[in-house]
Design a protein around this ligand. Structure first.
Ligand SMILES: Nc1ncnc2c1ncn2[C@@H]1O[C@H](COP(=O)(O)OP(=O)(O)OP(=O)(O)O)[C@@H](O)[C@H]1O
Ligand SMILES: [Mg+2]
Length: 239
């Protein structure tokens, strides 16, 4: 992706019929709670740093100081429950800031960007989980975000197993579950189904990793997929 696309985004979005560009140095990690996104992000980061690349690791919601403040509103809103629409728009408000303040500047200076969650999470949580119209989400994505990762790793894990893992971690670190983590199992089943539908719709970009394996095997699979993706991108550039 080159300069004009960033300019299009800054100007308020791409033309209605333009497909969203995928950036070959932008990788996102997706999956439910406790699937191992943060663990895999660290493995990918190490693999990329070994190639001598600059790597920017980031997360959603968040990734800039203002977007992190919006994260706080989303996850710890106090006594007032945000509506599904409020949640969706705050997610995209944070993402608008994240894309312009962190992701595009890093990509434009030649760095790799690895994001712990990105727009696929909105389709899964606010679309699948909360039942909001995916066409509306797509419109926000087109107007507000304007790009997709070149590669998305979907860490797929059963809901019960994900809960076990976050419980283990929260016990160790003394954390309490945030507002979204406190949702019921059927919500997370819908989220999982929506993520898998994203992978079926865009199998070349969204690669499913079996996250029920031991951590090292998950990390090895993820790094192998990244290396193949890099080799393919390099071959495409050369041709
Ligand atoms: N493959 C694995 N097998 C067993 N435990 C794992 C595995 N991957 C990660 N864990 C552990 O499970 C917990 C959750 O992992 P991690 O924080 O990476 O998941 P996450 O997807 O980032 O979760 P969250 O959505 O809450 O941010 C951590 O304690 C981590 O050490
Ligand atoms: Mg995490």
């Amino acid at each position: 992706m080159t300069g004009p696309v960033a300019a299009d985004i800054a100007a308020g979005g791409l033309a209605a019929d333009a497909p969203l560009p995928r950036h070959p140095r932008f990788v996102s990690l997706e999956g439910g709670e406790g699937a191992g996104k943060t663990t895999v992000l660290n493995a990918l980061r190490e693999a990329l740093l070994h190639t001598g690349a600059e790597v920017v690791s980031t997360r959603e919601p968040g990734g800039t100081p203002l977007a992190e403040q919006i994260r706080e509103l989303l996850l710890h809103p106090g006594d007032e429950k945000p509506s599904a629409e409020t949640e969706l728009l705050l997610m995209f408000a944070a993402r608008a800031q994240h894309v312009r303040g962190t992701i595009l500047p890093a990509l434009e200076r030649g760095a790799w960007v690895i994001s712990d969650r990105f727009t696929d999470s909105s389709y899964a949580y606010q679309g699948g989980g909360r039942g909001l119209d995916p066409a509306f989400i797509a419109e926000l994505e087109r107007r507000v975000v304007g790009l997709r990762p070149g590669l998305t790793l979907l860490l797929d894990l059963g809901v019960a197993q994900g809960r076990e893992r976050t419980r283990g971690r929260d016990l160790v670190f003394g954390q309490t579950p945030d507002r979204i983590e406190r949702e019921r199992d059927d919500f997370f089943e819908q989220v999982r189904r929506a993520f898998l539908a994203r992978a079926r719709a865009e199998p070349e970009r969204v690669r499913v990793v079996d996250a029920s394996q031991p951590a090292q095997a998950v990390a090895d699979d993820a790094v192998a997929i990244l290396r193949l993706f890099m080799a393919r991108s390099a071959a495409e550039q050369a041709s």
